[in-house]
Design a protein around this ligand. Structure first.
Ligand code: PEP
Ligand code: MN
Length: 344
């Protein structure tokens, strides 16, 4: 249940609503919108009747949220949440692209990739230092050394850094280097990890689990939001189906679906979504057309030498061509791509 306060509601009106809710043992979540303050009622709402809140001074309306996710729902927040970063945002009109290698492999390759994607319009450098590999014999990432290289790349290029945090015990360490914390598909329902990132002051990029429904994905976002961290970015990265020609099936219908259900920005990762570099540019364009608020793209200067996910990584030239092709698509849906001049 949410209580939408009137535009001219006073501080004491809000206090009265909050204490009425707390008096029956429920908790509140406040959201200060541009127009209205919204009070989210958290807990078993059978303990309170909407009529009891509706009559209070300053209350515009009381809405029951039928979804199991509350704070993530569109009813809770009408406008899309725009996550402000350094000099750009995710969830606004402009679409930022996050690009970089699957894994941080060594300083030189990372710097080369960072400079390359920066020059081609990327706003965020992606790269895993802690890698969730299917095989224990595969490259597991450089760990903290990888985070140091990412921070160095940020210093030099001005790109922000998104990197995965694999375990609750690493959240503090990864937060001290990263600008955005990535929760990987395999960890989407790692509730102790969600709990931990819910308590930090860093945006969280929450990937959809490869076998997760949209509702399960939004419930995972709810864990982070209810932990107090309001800066959640959802990332569609493909789900498992019977199809064998692609690594996953990129569920682009999830983009407008989730944007209808939730106020959270949605980013698309066509690299993991397809597993094939030849399909990435077309799916990146389709993602923009479907309303994506950002893209996450794997790029490697020499994909054939990559220590992980080479087959789905774009070369620098392919990345450049893809970036240029996004402009007109974005324009057609009244958006623009950060760093790309669509008139060029
Ligand atoms: C990644 O982005 O490198 C990654 C491991 O992605 P996912 O969790 O979607 O498999
Ligand atoms: Mn990868």
């Amino acid at each position: 249940m949410i209580v939408v306060m009137k535009k001219d509601a006073q501080e004491r009106d809000l206090d009265r609503v909050v204490s009425r809710i707390r008096d029956v043992g429920l908790d509140v979540h406040l959201s200060e919108g541009v127009e209205h303050t919204i009070v989210g009622v958290v807990g078993d709402v059978r303990h309170i009747r909407p009529e009891d809140l509706q009559v209070l001074s300053g209350v515009l309306r009381v809405v029951r949220i039928m979804h199991p996710f509350k704070l993530a729902s569109r009813e809770f927040r009408e406008e899309t949440s725009e996550i402000q970063l350094n000099g750009f945002s995710i969830g606004g009109r402009e679409i930022p692209v996050m690009a970089g290698p699957c894994a941080v492999e060594n300083r030189e390759t990372l710097m080369e990739t960072a400079r390359g994607v920066r020059a081609r319009g990327a706003k965020v450098l992606r790269g895993g230092a802690f890698k969730p590999r299917t095989s224990p014999y595969s490259f597991q990432g450089l760990g903290e050394e990888g985070l140091e290289f990412m921070a160095e790349a940020r210093e030099e290029t001005g790109l922000l850094v998104v990197t995965e945090v694999l375990s609750p015990g690493d959240v503090e360490l990864v937060s001290s280097y990263a600008d955005i914390l990535q929760i990987g598909a395999r960890n989407m329902q790692n509730y102790s990890l969600l709990h931990e990132v819910g308590a930090v002051d860093k945006p969280v990029l929450l990937k959809r689990g490869m076998m997760a429904s949209v509702e399960e994905w939004l419930m995972s976002a709810e864990y982070v939001l209810s932990g107090g961290n309001q800066r959640v970015i959802l990332c569609e990265r493909g789900i498992r189906t019977f199809e064998g020609y692609t690594r996953n099936t990129l569920d682009l219908s999830a983009v407008p679906l989730v944007k209808g259900l939730s106020h959270l920005p949605v980013v698309v990762d066509p690299s993991h979504g397809t597993g094939r570099s030849d399909l990435v540019p077309a799916m990146a364009r389709a993602a923009v057309a479907a309303g994506a608020d950002g893209l996450l793209i794997e790029v490697h200067p020499r994909p054939e030498e990559a220590l992980s996910d080479g087959p789905q990584s774009l070369t620098m030239e392919e990345f450049e061509a893809m970036m240029k092709s996004l402009g007109p698509i974005a324009e057609a849906v009244d958006r623009s791509v950060a760093g790309v001049d669509s008139t060029a």
